[in-house]
Design a protein around this ligand. Sequence first.
Ligand code: VG1
Ligand code: CO
Length: 598
Amino acid sequence: FRSSVVPTTPFDDQKPGTSGLRKKVTVFQQQNYTENFVQAILDSLRDDLKGSVLILGGDGRYYVKDAAKLIIKMCAANGVKRVIVGHHGLLSTPAVSHIIRKRNATGGIILTASHNPGGPDKDFGIKFNTRNGGPAPDNITTDIFNITVSLESYKIVHDLECDIDAQGDYAYSVDGNEFTVEVIDSVADYVSLMKQIFDFSSLRNLLEGSEGQKPFKVLINSLNGVTGPYVRQIFVKELGASEDGVVNTEPLEDFGGLHPDPNLTYAAELVDALKEGIHDFGAAFDGDGDRNMILGKNAFFVTPSDSLAVLGAHLHHIPYFRTTGVKGFARSMPTAGAIDRVANAVAVNFYEVPTGWKYFGALMDANRLSLCGEESFGTGSDHVREKDGIWAALAWLQIIACEKKSVEELLVSHWRKFGRNFFTRYDYENCDAESCATMMNKLEQIVTSPVYVGTKIIHRNKSYVVKLADNFCYEDPVDGSITARQGIRLLFADGSRIIVRLSGTGSSGATVRIYVDSYEKDENVLLEDAQDFYVCFFLLACIVSFDLLVRNEVVEYQKPFIQYNTASQVVLAPLINIALDVTEIRVHTGRDAPTVIT
Ligand code: VG1
Ligand code: CO
Protein backbone atom coordinates (compact mmCIF):
# COMPACT_ATOMS: atom_id res chain seq x y z
CA PHE A 1 0.00 0.00 0.00
CA ARG A 2 1.05 3.58 -0.61
CA SER A 3 0.02 6.56 1.50
CA SER A 4 -1.15 9.86 0.04
CA VAL A 5 -0.93 13.39 1.33
CA VAL A 6 -4.22 15.24 0.85
CA PRO A 7 -4.27 19.06 0.99
CA THR A 8 -6.92 20.47 3.33
CA THR A 9 -8.09 23.75 4.83
CA PRO A 10 -8.35 24.18 8.60
CA PHE A 11 -11.57 24.50 10.61
CA ASP A 12 -11.67 27.00 13.45
CA ASP A 13 -14.08 25.11 15.76
CA GLN A 14 -12.19 21.93 16.62
CA LYS A 15 -11.55 22.79 20.26
CA PRO A 16 -11.98 19.69 22.43
CA GLY A 17 -14.27 20.29 25.45
CA THR A 18 -14.55 18.57 28.84
CA SER A 19 -14.44 15.22 27.11
CA GLY A 20 -13.26 15.41 23.50
CA LEU A 21 -14.70 17.06 20.41
CA ARG A 22 -18.50 16.77 20.25
CA LYS A 23 -20.57 17.99 17.32
CA LYS A 24 -23.53 16.96 15.22
CA VAL A 25 -22.84 13.98 12.93
CA THR A 26 -23.44 16.30 9.97
CA VAL A 27 -20.55 18.50 11.13
CA PHE A 28 -18.18 15.52 11.26
CA GLN A 29 -19.42 14.46 7.81
CA GLN A 30 -18.30 17.72 6.20
CA GLN A 31 -15.48 17.23 3.78
CA ASN A 32 -12.18 16.78 5.66
CA TYR A 33 -13.69 17.64 9.06
CA THR A 34 -13.05 14.26 10.71
CA GLU A 35 -9.79 13.80 8.75
CA ASN A 36 -8.43 17.13 10.02
CA PHE A 37 -9.19 16.41 13.65
CA VAL A 38 -7.74 12.90 13.48
CA GLN A 39 -4.58 14.22 11.80
CA ALA A 40 -4.23 16.79 14.60
CA ILE A 41 -4.52 14.03 17.24
CA LEU A 42 -1.84 11.99 15.47
CA ASP A 43 0.43 15.04 15.01
CA SER A 44 0.10 15.83 18.71
CA LEU A 45 1.95 12.57 19.40
CA ARG A 46 5.07 14.17 17.84
CA ASP A 47 8.03 11.82 18.17
CA ASP A 48 5.87 9.07 19.65
CA LEU A 49 3.76 8.74 16.50
CA LYS A 50 6.12 6.58 14.45
CA GLY A 51 5.85 3.02 15.69
CA SER A 52 3.00 3.82 18.07
CA VAL A 53 0.26 1.46 19.26
CA LEU A 54 -3.27 2.92 19.44
CA ILE A 55 -6.50 1.49 20.85
CA LEU A 56 -9.63 2.34 18.88
CA GLY A 57 -13.30 1.84 19.64
CA GLY A 58 -16.63 3.53 20.16
CA ASP A 59 -20.09 3.24 21.63
CA GLY A 60 -21.79 1.90 18.49
CA ARG A 61 -23.59 5.10 17.59
CA TYR A 62 -24.17 6.22 14.01
CA TYR A 63 -20.88 7.09 12.23
CA VAL A 64 -18.65 5.07 14.62
CA LYS A 65 -17.89 2.43 11.99
CA ASP A 66 -17.20 4.94 9.22
CA ALA A 67 -14.95 6.94 11.49
CA ALA A 68 -13.13 3.82 12.74
CA LYS A 69 -12.34 2.66 9.20
CA LEU A 70 -11.14 6.14 8.28
CA ILE A 71 -8.93 6.34 11.35
CA ILE A 72 -7.35 2.98 10.48
CA LYS A 73 -6.49 4.30 6.99
CA MET A 74 -4.98 7.44 8.50
CA CYS A 75 -3.01 5.56 11.18
CA ALA A 76 -1.58 3.37 8.42
CA ALA A 77 -0.38 6.43 6.52
CA ASN A 78 1.05 8.17 9.58
CA GLY A 79 3.48 5.46 10.65
CA VAL A 80 1.43 3.97 13.49
CA LYS A 81 2.65 0.40 14.04
CA ARG A 82 -0.49 -1.26 15.39
CA VAL A 83 -4.12 -0.36 15.84
CA ILE A 84 -6.07 -2.50 18.31
CA VAL A 85 -9.75 -2.06 17.52
CA GLY A 86 -12.86 -3.51 19.14
CA HIS A 87 -14.92 -6.03 17.16
CA HIS A 88 -17.49 -4.07 15.06
CA GLY A 89 -15.71 -0.94 16.33
CA LEU A 90 -17.25 -1.42 19.79
CA LEU A 91 -15.41 -0.65 23.02
CA SER A 92 -16.78 1.06 26.11
CA THR A 93 -14.89 4.08 27.41
CA PRO A 94 -13.64 2.26 30.56
CA ALA A 95 -12.66 -0.73 28.40
CA VAL A 96 -10.51 1.50 26.16
CA SER A 97 -8.88 2.95 29.25
CA HIS A 98 -8.11 -0.53 30.54
CA ILE A 99 -6.79 -1.86 27.24
CA ILE A 100 -4.47 1.15 26.78
CA ARG A 101 -2.92 0.29 30.14
CA LYS A 102 -2.90 -3.46 29.69
CA ARG A 103 -1.33 -3.33 26.24
CA ASN A 104 1.07 -0.53 27.10
CA ALA A 105 -0.32 1.47 24.20
CA THR A 106 0.67 4.98 23.20
CA GLY A 107 -2.95 6.10 23.56
CA GLY A 108 -6.48 5.53 22.41
CA ILE A 109 -9.16 7.14 20.29
CA ILE A 110 -12.73 6.83 21.59
CA LEU A 111 -15.64 7.46 19.24
CA THR A 112 -18.57 8.64 21.31
CA ALA A 113 -20.73 11.57 22.32
CA SER A 114 -21.34 9.78 25.62
CA HIS A 115 -24.92 10.21 26.80
CA ASN A 116 -26.07 12.39 23.89
CA PRO A 117 -28.57 10.85 21.46
CA GLY A 118 -27.23 9.12 18.33
CA GLY A 119 -28.32 8.96 14.70
CA PRO A 120 -27.70 10.75 11.39
CA ASP A 121 -29.00 14.07 12.72
CA LYS A 122 -27.78 13.61 16.30
CA ASP A 123 -24.36 13.77 17.98
CA PHE A 124 -20.93 12.25 17.45
CA GLY A 125 -17.61 12.78 19.17
CA ILE A 126 -13.93 11.90 19.12
CA LYS A 127 -11.85 11.76 22.26
CA PHE A 128 -8.14 11.12 22.67
CA ASN A 129 -6.78 9.30 25.72
CA THR A 130 -3.13 9.22 26.63
CA ARG A 131 -0.73 6.50 27.73
CA ASN A 132 -2.09 6.42 31.31
CA GLY A 133 -5.53 5.46 29.90
CA GLY A 134 -7.13 8.78 30.81
CA PRO A 135 -8.54 11.69 28.79
CA ALA A 136 -5.81 13.91 27.37
CA PRO A 137 -4.91 16.68 29.80
CA ASP A 138 -5.43 20.35 28.94
CA ASN A 139 -1.95 20.95 27.53
CA ILE A 140 -2.47 18.17 24.98
CA THR A 141 -6.01 19.18 23.96
CA THR A 142 -4.73 22.76 23.55
CA ASP A 143 -1.92 21.40 21.38
CA ILE A 144 -4.42 19.43 19.29
CA PHE A 145 -6.54 22.55 18.83
CA ASN A 146 -3.52 24.65 17.84
CA ILE A 147 -2.61 22.05 15.24
CA THR A 148 -6.14 22.04 13.79
CA VAL A 149 -6.18 25.78 13.11
CA SER A 150 -3.10 25.70 10.90
CA LEU A 151 -3.41 22.23 9.36
CA GLU A 152 -2.57 22.11 5.64
CA SER A 153 -2.78 18.42 4.81
CA TYR A 154 -3.53 14.98 6.13
CA LYS A 155 -2.15 11.54 5.33
CA ILE A 156 -4.23 8.55 4.34
CA VAL A 157 -4.01 5.15 2.64
CA HIS A 158 -7.13 5.36 0.48
CA ASP A 159 -7.45 1.72 -0.52
CA LEU A 160 -6.69 0.02 2.83
CA GLU A 161 -9.99 -1.57 3.77
CA CYS A 162 -9.93 -3.48 7.06
CA ASP A 163 -12.84 -5.74 8.01
CA ILE A 164 -13.48 -4.78 11.63
CA ASP A 165 -16.46 -7.17 11.72
CA ALA A 166 -14.13 -10.17 11.89
CA GLN A 167 -11.76 -10.71 14.82
CA GLY A 168 -8.12 -11.42 14.04
CA ASP A 169 -4.78 -9.88 13.09
CA TYR A 170 -4.43 -8.16 9.73
CA ALA A 171 -0.94 -7.28 8.53
CA TYR A 172 -0.26 -4.77 5.76
CA SER A 173 2.81 -3.30 4.21
CA VAL A 174 2.49 0.47 3.92
CA ASP A 175 5.24 2.47 2.19
CA GLY A 176 7.47 -0.51 2.92
CA ASN A 177 6.69 -0.59 6.66
CA GLU A 178 4.64 -3.14 8.49
CA PHE A 179 1.24 -2.01 9.79
CA THR A 180 -1.04 -4.31 11.80
CA VAL A 181 -4.68 -4.07 12.75
CA GLU A 182 -5.80 -6.35 15.55
CA VAL A 183 -9.57 -6.74 15.79
CA ILE A 184 -10.24 -7.90 19.35
CA ASP A 185 -13.17 -9.24 21.35
CA SER A 186 -14.79 -6.08 22.78
CA VAL A 187 -15.59 -7.48 26.21
CA ALA A 188 -13.01 -10.12 27.17
CA ASP A 189 -10.27 -7.87 28.64
CA TYR A 190 -12.73 -5.79 30.60
CA VAL A 191 -14.57 -8.79 32.02
CA SER A 192 -11.36 -10.37 33.23
CA LEU A 193 -10.42 -7.09 34.93
CA MET A 194 -13.75 -7.05 36.79
CA LYS A 195 -13.13 -10.62 37.91
CA GLN A 196 -9.83 -9.55 39.43
CA ILE A 197 -11.42 -6.62 41.27
CA PHE A 198 -14.54 -8.26 42.69
CA ASP A 199 -15.40 -11.59 44.27
CA PHE A 200 -17.59 -12.99 41.52
CA SER A 201 -18.59 -16.08 43.48
CA SER A 202 -20.08 -14.04 46.32
CA LEU A 203 -21.83 -11.83 43.76
CA ARG A 204 -23.22 -14.94 42.10
CA ASN A 205 -24.49 -16.23 45.44
CA LEU A 206 -26.19 -12.91 46.04
CA LEU A 207 -27.91 -12.83 42.67
CA GLU A 208 -28.88 -16.50 42.61
CA GLY A 209 -29.69 -16.76 46.31
CA SER A 210 -27.96 -19.13 48.71
CA GLU A 211 -28.15 -20.42 52.30
CA GLY A 212 -31.86 -19.80 52.46
CA GLN A 213 -31.48 -16.26 51.09
CA LYS A 214 -33.86 -15.28 48.30
CA PRO A 215 -32.24 -14.33 44.99
CA PHE A 216 -31.40 -10.63 44.92
CA LYS A 217 -33.24 -9.51 41.81
CA VAL A 218 -31.45 -7.00 39.63
CA LEU A 219 -32.62 -5.06 36.60
CA ILE A 220 -29.85 -3.68 34.42
CA ASN A 221 -30.69 -1.33 31.55
CA SER A 222 -28.03 -0.62 28.93
CA LEU A 223 -30.23 1.90 27.08
CA ASN A 224 -29.04 0.30 23.81
CA GLY A 225 -25.57 1.71 24.36
CA VAL A 226 -22.22 -0.05 24.27
CA THR A 227 -22.56 -1.76 27.68
CA GLY A 228 -25.08 -4.33 26.37
CA PRO A 229 -22.55 -7.07 25.49
CA TYR A 230 -20.57 -6.41 28.69
CA VAL A 231 -23.73 -6.59 30.79
CA ARG A 232 -24.86 -9.86 29.20
CA GLN A 233 -21.48 -11.45 29.76
CA ILE A 234 -21.08 -10.26 33.34
CA PHE A 235 -24.57 -10.26 34.80
CA VAL A 236 -26.19 -13.15 32.92
CA LYS A 237 -23.31 -15.51 32.03
CA GLU A 238 -20.97 -14.93 34.98
CA LEU A 239 -23.31 -13.94 37.78
CA GLY A 240 -26.44 -15.90 36.91
CA ALA A 241 -28.93 -13.04 36.57
CA SER A 242 -32.03 -14.06 34.67
CA GLU A 243 -32.40 -13.16 30.98
CA ASP A 244 -35.14 -10.68 31.81
CA GLY A 245 -32.87 -9.04 34.40
CA VAL A 246 -31.01 -7.24 31.62
CA VAL A 247 -32.71 -5.02 29.02
CA ASN A 248 -31.80 -2.90 25.98
CA THR A 249 -28.55 -4.82 25.65
CA GLU A 250 -28.14 -4.52 21.91
CA PRO A 251 -25.95 -1.57 20.90
CA LEU A 252 -27.90 0.36 18.27
CA GLU A 253 -26.78 3.23 16.04
CA ASP A 254 -29.60 5.45 17.25
CA PHE A 255 -29.87 3.78 20.69
CA GLY A 256 -33.31 2.66 19.53
CA GLY A 257 -34.43 6.28 19.83
CA LEU A 258 -33.51 6.33 23.53
CA HIS A 259 -31.51 9.10 25.11
CA PRO A 260 -28.76 7.00 26.69
CA ASP A 261 -28.37 9.15 29.78
CA PRO A 262 -28.79 7.28 33.07
CA ASN A 263 -30.83 9.68 35.18
CA LEU A 264 -34.39 9.87 36.50
CA THR A 265 -35.57 11.59 33.33
CA TYR A 266 -34.08 9.57 30.51
CA ALA A 267 -33.94 6.21 32.26
CA ALA A 268 -37.61 6.57 33.29
CA GLU A 269 -38.23 3.08 31.94
CA LEU A 270 -35.95 1.66 34.64
CA VAL A 271 -37.50 3.86 37.32
CA ASP A 272 -41.01 2.71 36.39
CA ALA A 273 -39.96 -0.94 36.36
CA LEU A 274 -38.34 -0.63 39.79
CA LYS A 275 -41.46 1.04 41.17
CA GLU A 276 -43.29 -2.27 40.64
CA GLY A 277 -41.37 -3.46 43.70
CA ILE A 278 -40.23 -6.75 42.14
CA HIS A 279 -36.53 -5.89 41.83
CA ASP A 280 -34.09 -5.21 44.65
CA PHE A 281 -31.62 -3.24 42.58
CA GLY A 282 -31.58 -1.31 39.32
CA ALA A 283 -28.78 0.21 37.28
CA ALA A 284 -28.54 2.02 33.96
CA PHE A 285 -25.49 3.16 31.99
CA ASP A 286 -24.87 5.81 29.35
CA GLY A 287 -24.00 5.33 25.67
CA ASP A 288 -20.27 4.79 26.20
CA GLY A 289 -20.57 3.00 29.54
CA ASP A 290 -18.83 5.41 31.86
CA ARG A 291 -21.91 6.77 33.68
CA ASN A 292 -24.25 4.93 36.03
CA MET A 293 -27.48 5.40 37.92
CA ILE A 294 -28.19 3.21 40.95
CA LEU A 295 -31.70 2.51 42.24
CA GLY A 296 -32.89 0.41 45.15
CA LYS A 297 -36.17 -1.44 45.61
CA ASN A 298 -39.26 0.62 44.71
CA ALA A 299 -37.01 2.93 42.69
CA PHE A 300 -35.24 4.34 45.74
CA PHE A 301 -32.90 6.86 44.10
CA VAL A 302 -29.23 7.10 45.08
CA THR A 303 -27.77 10.49 44.14
CA PRO A 304 -24.35 10.12 42.51
CA SER A 305 -22.81 12.18 45.32
CA ASP A 306 -24.27 9.82 47.93
CA SER A 307 -23.27 6.78 45.89
CA LEU A 308 -19.66 7.94 46.02
CA ALA A 309 -19.84 8.48 49.78
CA VAL A 310 -21.42 5.08 50.52
CA LEU A 311 -18.85 3.31 48.35
CA GLY A 312 -16.12 5.24 50.13
CA ALA A 313 -17.37 4.17 53.53
CA HIS A 314 -17.42 0.47 52.51
CA LEU A 315 -14.48 0.18 50.18
CA HIS A 316 -12.84 -2.50 52.31
CA HIS A 317 -15.50 -5.00 51.12
CA ILE A 318 -14.05 -4.90 47.61
CA PRO A 319 -11.13 -7.34 47.27
CA TYR A 320 -9.16 -4.99 44.96
CA PHE A 321 -8.87 -2.30 47.64
CA ARG A 322 -7.86 -4.82 50.25
CA THR A 323 -4.77 -5.34 48.09
CA THR A 324 -4.07 -1.77 47.01
CA GLY A 325 -5.15 0.00 50.20
CA VAL A 326 -7.25 3.16 50.13
CA LYS A 327 -5.04 6.02 48.97
CA GLY A 328 -7.49 8.87 48.82
CA PHE A 329 -10.91 10.13 47.77
CA ALA A 330 -11.83 12.90 45.35
CA ARG A 331 -14.84 14.57 43.81
CA SER A 332 -15.33 17.23 41.18
CA MET A 333 -15.97 20.71 42.51
CA PRO A 334 -19.72 20.87 41.80
CA THR A 335 -20.34 17.41 43.31
CA ALA A 336 -22.06 17.47 46.72
CA GLY A 337 -19.71 17.14 49.69
CA ALA A 338 -20.91 13.81 51.11
CA ILE A 339 -17.59 12.07 50.40
CA ASP A 340 -15.71 14.87 52.22
CA ARG A 341 -17.06 13.68 55.55
CA VAL A 342 -16.18 10.05 54.85
CA ALA A 343 -12.63 11.07 53.92
CA ASN A 344 -12.45 12.97 57.16
CA ALA A 345 -13.79 10.07 59.22
CA VAL A 346 -11.39 7.49 57.81
CA ALA A 347 -8.53 9.99 57.56
CA VAL A 348 -7.51 9.57 53.93
CA ASN A 349 -6.38 12.20 51.42
CA PHE A 350 -9.17 14.21 49.91
CA TYR A 351 -9.15 16.28 46.71
CA GLU A 352 -11.59 18.62 44.98
CA VAL A 353 -10.88 18.94 41.26
CA PRO A 354 -12.47 20.69 38.26
CA THR A 355 -15.22 18.94 36.29
CA GLY A 356 -14.00 16.17 33.97
CA TRP A 357 -12.14 12.96 34.61
CA LYS A 358 -8.66 14.06 33.48
CA TYR A 359 -7.86 15.72 36.81
CA PHE A 360 -8.48 12.52 38.77
CA GLY A 361 -6.08 10.58 36.54
CA ALA A 362 -3.05 12.67 37.52
CA LEU A 363 -3.75 11.99 41.21
CA MET A 364 -4.15 8.27 40.56
CA ASP A 365 -0.89 8.15 38.61
CA ALA A 366 0.79 9.71 41.64
CA ASN A 367 -0.70 7.00 43.88
CA ARG A 368 -2.76 9.50 45.82
CA LEU A 369 -6.26 8.51 44.82
CA SER A 370 -8.37 5.32 44.90
CA LEU A 371 -12.00 6.41 44.55
CA CYS A 372 -13.64 9.41 42.93
CA GLY A 373 -16.84 10.66 41.41
CA GLU A 374 -18.92 13.40 39.93
CA GLU A 375 -22.50 14.50 40.46
CA SER A 376 -23.15 13.80 36.77
CA PHE A 377 -23.57 10.06 37.41
CA GLY A 378 -19.87 9.28 37.20
CA THR A 379 -18.12 6.99 39.66
CA GLY A 380 -14.78 5.24 39.36
CA SER A 381 -11.54 4.09 40.86
CA ASP A 382 -7.89 3.75 39.97
CA HIS A 383 -8.46 0.39 38.25
CA VAL A 384 -8.71 2.50 35.06
CA ARG A 385 -8.43 6.22 34.27
CA GLU A 386 -12.07 6.82 33.29
CA LYS A 387 -15.29 6.66 35.20
CA ASP A 388 -16.85 3.23 34.96
CA GLY A 389 -20.59 2.48 35.05
CA ILE A 390 -20.50 -1.31 35.30
CA TRP A 391 -17.75 -1.15 37.92
CA ALA A 392 -20.00 1.10 40.04
CA ALA A 393 -22.93 -1.33 39.84
CA LEU A 394 -20.68 -4.26 40.78
CA ALA A 395 -19.17 -2.24 43.65
CA TRP A 396 -22.67 -1.64 45.04
CA LEU A 397 -23.55 -5.32 44.72
CA GLN A 398 -20.33 -6.36 46.44
CA ILE A 399 -21.12 -4.08 49.37
CA ILE A 400 -24.70 -5.32 49.53
CA ALA A 401 -23.45 -8.92 49.50
CA CYS A 402 -21.18 -8.22 52.47
CA GLU A 403 -23.39 -5.88 54.49
CA LYS A 404 -26.57 -7.88 53.82
CA LYS A 405 -28.55 -4.64 53.68
CA SER A 406 -30.81 -3.16 51.04
CA VAL A 407 -29.80 -0.06 49.08
CA GLU A 408 -32.19 2.06 51.13
CA GLU A 409 -30.93 0.66 54.44
CA LEU A 410 -27.37 1.46 53.43
CA LEU A 411 -28.30 5.05 52.60
CA VAL A 412 -30.37 5.63 55.70
CA SER A 413 -27.66 4.36 58.01
CA HIS A 414 -25.12 6.44 56.11
CA TRP A 415 -27.19 9.62 56.57
CA ARG A 416 -27.72 8.87 60.26
CA LYS A 417 -24.00 8.60 60.73
CA PHE A 418 -22.70 11.37 58.49
CA GLY A 419 -25.67 13.67 57.83
CA ARG A 420 -27.09 14.18 54.38
CA ASN A 421 -26.28 16.42 51.43
CA PHE A 422 -29.34 17.46 49.48
CA PHE A 423 -28.30 18.23 45.95
CA THR A 424 -29.81 19.29 42.68
CA ARG A 425 -28.58 20.50 39.30
CA TYR A 426 -30.53 22.76 36.94
CA ASP A 427 -29.45 22.66 33.28
CA TYR A 428 -30.41 25.34 30.78
CA GLU A 429 -29.45 23.75 27.49
CA ASN A 430 -28.72 25.30 24.12
CA CYS A 431 -28.88 28.94 25.21
CA ASP A 432 -27.38 31.90 23.42
CA ALA A 433 -23.62 31.66 24.01
CA GLU A 434 -23.00 35.41 24.17
CA SER A 435 -25.72 36.14 26.74
CA CYS A 436 -24.43 33.28 28.88
CA ALA A 437 -20.90 34.65 28.76
CA THR A 438 -22.28 38.03 29.83
CA MET A 439 -24.14 36.39 32.69
CA MET A 440 -21.02 34.61 33.91
CA ASN A 441 -18.93 37.78 33.74
CA LYS A 442 -21.53 39.79 35.59
CA LEU A 443 -21.87 37.13 38.25
CA GLU A 444 -18.12 36.93 38.68
CA GLN A 445 -17.95 40.70 39.17
CA ILE A 446 -20.69 40.64 41.79
CA VAL A 447 -19.37 37.76 43.86
CA THR A 448 -15.73 38.76 43.75
CA SER A 449 -16.37 42.33 44.91
CA PRO A 450 -14.58 42.76 48.24
CA VAL A 451 -17.80 43.47 50.15
CA TYR A 452 -19.57 40.31 49.03
CA VAL A 453 -18.11 37.99 51.65
CA GLY A 454 -20.21 38.30 54.80
CA THR A 455 -23.35 39.26 52.87
CA LYS A 456 -26.49 37.75 54.31
CA ILE A 457 -28.88 36.50 51.65
CA ILE A 458 -32.39 35.92 52.90
CA HIS A 459 -35.08 33.89 51.31
CA ARG A 460 -38.27 33.77 53.33
CA ASN A 461 -37.41 32.21 56.69
CA LYS A 462 -33.99 30.94 55.62
CA SER A 463 -30.85 33.06 55.59
CA TYR A 464 -27.41 32.27 54.27
CA VAL A 465 -24.18 34.14 54.98
CA VAL A 466 -21.56 34.17 52.22
CA LYS A 467 -18.32 32.70 53.53
CA LEU A 468 -16.34 32.55 50.31
CA ALA A 469 -17.13 33.45 46.71
CA ASP A 470 -14.83 33.03 43.73
CA ASN A 471 -14.25 31.56 40.32
CA PHE A 472 -12.77 28.15 41.15
CA CYS A 473 -9.09 27.84 40.38
CA TYR A 474 -7.38 24.45 40.70
CA GLU A 475 -3.75 23.91 41.40
CA ASP A 476 -2.74 20.34 40.59
CA PRO A 477 -1.02 19.06 43.73
CA VAL A 478 1.21 16.78 41.65
CA ASP A 479 2.66 19.04 38.96
CA GLY A 480 1.54 22.43 40.23
CA SER A 481 -0.28 23.28 36.98
CA ILE A 482 -3.09 25.81 37.29
CA THR A 483 -6.56 25.44 35.81
CA ALA A 484 -8.43 28.69 36.31
CA ARG A 485 -12.05 29.85 35.96
CA GLN A 486 -13.73 26.49 36.50
CA GLY A 487 -17.03 27.85 37.80
CA ILE A 488 -18.45 30.46 40.15
CA ARG A 489 -18.68 29.23 43.72
CA LEU A 490 -20.83 30.69 46.47
CA LEU A 491 -19.96 28.97 49.71
CA PHE A 492 -22.12 29.75 52.72
CA ALA A 493 -21.32 29.64 56.41
CA ASP A 494 -23.51 26.57 57.06
CA GLY A 495 -21.70 24.55 54.38
CA SER A 496 -24.35 25.04 51.68
CA ARG A 497 -23.10 25.85 48.21
CA ILE A 498 -24.28 27.29 44.92
CA ILE A 499 -22.10 26.64 41.86
CA VAL A 500 -22.62 28.06 38.39
CA ARG A 501 -20.66 27.00 35.32
CA LEU A 502 -20.94 26.58 31.59
CA SER A 503 -20.88 23.07 30.17
CA GLY A 504 -17.86 21.96 28.17
CA THR A 505 -19.56 19.06 26.37
CA GLY A 506 -22.42 20.66 24.44
CA SER A 507 -22.60 20.16 20.69
CA SER A 508 -24.28 23.52 19.98
CA GLY A 509 -25.00 26.80 21.84
CA ALA A 510 -24.22 27.16 25.55
CA THR A 511 -25.49 25.15 28.48
CA VAL A 512 -25.64 26.74 31.93
CA ARG A 513 -25.45 24.43 34.92
CA ILE A 514 -26.53 25.58 38.37
CA TYR A 515 -25.65 23.22 41.22
CA VAL A 516 -27.18 23.54 44.67
CA ASP A 517 -25.87 21.56 47.63
CA SER A 518 -27.03 21.75 51.20
CA TYR A 519 -25.95 19.72 54.19
CA GLU A 520 -28.47 18.66 56.85
CA LYS A 521 -27.94 16.64 60.00
CA ASP A 522 -31.36 17.18 61.56
CA GLU A 523 -32.98 13.70 61.89
CA ASN A 524 -36.37 15.07 60.85
CA VAL A 525 -35.05 16.46 57.60
CA LEU A 526 -32.74 13.51 56.87
CA LEU A 527 -35.49 11.17 55.85
CA GLU A 528 -37.48 13.54 53.65
CA ASP A 529 -37.59 10.80 51.06
CA ALA A 530 -39.85 8.80 53.31
CA GLN A 531 -42.57 11.37 52.68
CA ASP A 532 -45.24 10.52 50.20
CA PHE A 533 -44.07 11.48 46.73
CA TYR A 534 -47.23 13.45 46.04
CA VAL A 535 -47.00 15.40 49.28
CA CYS A 536 -43.51 16.47 48.27
CA PHE A 537 -44.65 17.37 44.84
CA PHE A 538 -47.59 19.36 46.15
CA LEU A 539 -45.32 21.27 48.53
CA LEU A 540 -42.93 22.05 45.73
CA ALA A 541 -45.73 23.29 43.50
CA CYS A 542 -46.97 25.53 46.33
CA ILE A 543 -43.52 26.95 46.98
CA VAL A 544 -42.99 27.74 43.34
CA SER A 545 -46.39 29.32 42.78
CA PHE A 546 -46.19 31.23 46.05
CA ASP A 547 -42.83 32.64 45.03
CA LEU A 548 -44.06 33.76 41.69
CA LEU A 549 -47.06 35.36 43.33
CA VAL A 550 -44.91 37.22 45.82
CA ARG A 551 -42.59 38.45 43.12
CA ASN A 552 -45.57 39.44 41.07
CA GLU A 553 -44.05 37.86 38.03
CA VAL A 554 -46.24 37.24 35.06
CA VAL A 555 -44.19 34.33 33.91
CA GLU A 556 -45.98 31.09 33.61
CA TYR A 557 -43.82 28.52 35.39
CA GLN A 558 -43.41 25.67 32.98
CA LYS A 559 -42.85 22.45 34.79
CA PRO A 560 -39.76 20.92 33.23
CA PHE A 561 -40.55 17.73 31.38
CA ILE A 562 -38.58 15.81 33.89
CA GLN A 563 -39.22 13.86 36.95
CA TYR A 564 -36.76 14.56 39.70
CA ASN A 565 -35.69 13.90 43.19
CA THR A 566 -38.59 15.66 44.85
CA ALA A 567 -37.33 15.60 48.41
CA SER A 568 -34.25 17.57 47.40
CA GLN A 569 -36.36 20.11 45.57
CA VAL A 570 -38.39 20.75 48.71
CA VAL A 571 -35.46 20.99 51.11
CA LEU A 572 -33.43 23.08 48.67
CA ALA A 573 -36.22 25.44 47.57
CA PRO A 574 -34.85 28.56 49.38
CA LEU A 575 -31.32 28.00 48.08
CA ILE A 576 -32.58 27.26 44.56
CA ASN A 577 -34.48 30.53 44.58
CA ILE A 578 -31.41 32.42 45.73
CA ALA A 579 -29.41 30.83 42.91
CA LEU A 580 -31.99 31.81 40.30
CA ASP A 581 -32.06 35.37 41.66
CA VAL A 582 -28.36 36.01 41.95
CA THR A 583 -27.62 34.65 38.47
CA GLU A 584 -30.61 36.50 36.94
CA ILE A 585 -30.88 33.37 34.86
CA ARG A 586 -34.32 34.24 33.52
CA VAL A 587 -33.12 37.57 32.19
CA HIS A 588 -29.97 36.21 30.59
CA THR A 589 -31.37 33.04 29.07
CA GLY A 590 -34.96 34.07 28.49
CA ARG A 591 -35.96 30.77 30.09
CA ASP A 592 -38.59 30.42 32.80
CA ALA A 593 -37.46 26.96 33.71
CA PRO A 594 -34.49 24.69 33.17
CA THR A 595 -34.42 22.11 30.41
CA VAL A 596 -33.51 19.30 32.79
CA ILE A 597 -33.26 18.97 36.55
CA THR A 598 -31.22 16.14 38.00
C1 VG1 B 1 -20.37 16.82 31.72
C2 VG1 B 1 -20.46 16.56 33.20
C3 VG1 B 1 -19.09 16.17 33.74
C4 VG1 B 1 -18.56 14.96 32.95
C5 VG1 B 1 -18.57 15.25 31.46
C6 VG1 B 1 -18.18 14.06 30.63
O1 VG1 B 1 -19.46 17.88 31.48
O2 VG1 B 1 -20.98 17.67 33.89
O3 VG1 B 1 -19.19 15.90 35.10
O4 VG1 B 1 -17.25 14.65 33.34
O5 VG1 B 1 -19.88 15.65 31.07
O6 VG1 B 1 -18.99 12.95 30.90
P1 VG1 B 1 -19.93 19.40 31.24
O7 VG1 B 1 -18.69 20.16 30.92
O8 VG1 B 1 -20.93 19.36 30.11
O9 VG1 B 1 -20.59 19.83 32.49
V1 VG1 B 1 -19.29 11.80 29.68
O10 VG1 B 1 -20.11 10.57 30.30
O11 VG1 B 1 -19.90 12.81 28.58
O12 VG1 B 1 -17.75 11.39 29.06
CO1 CO C 1 -20.22 8.89 29.02
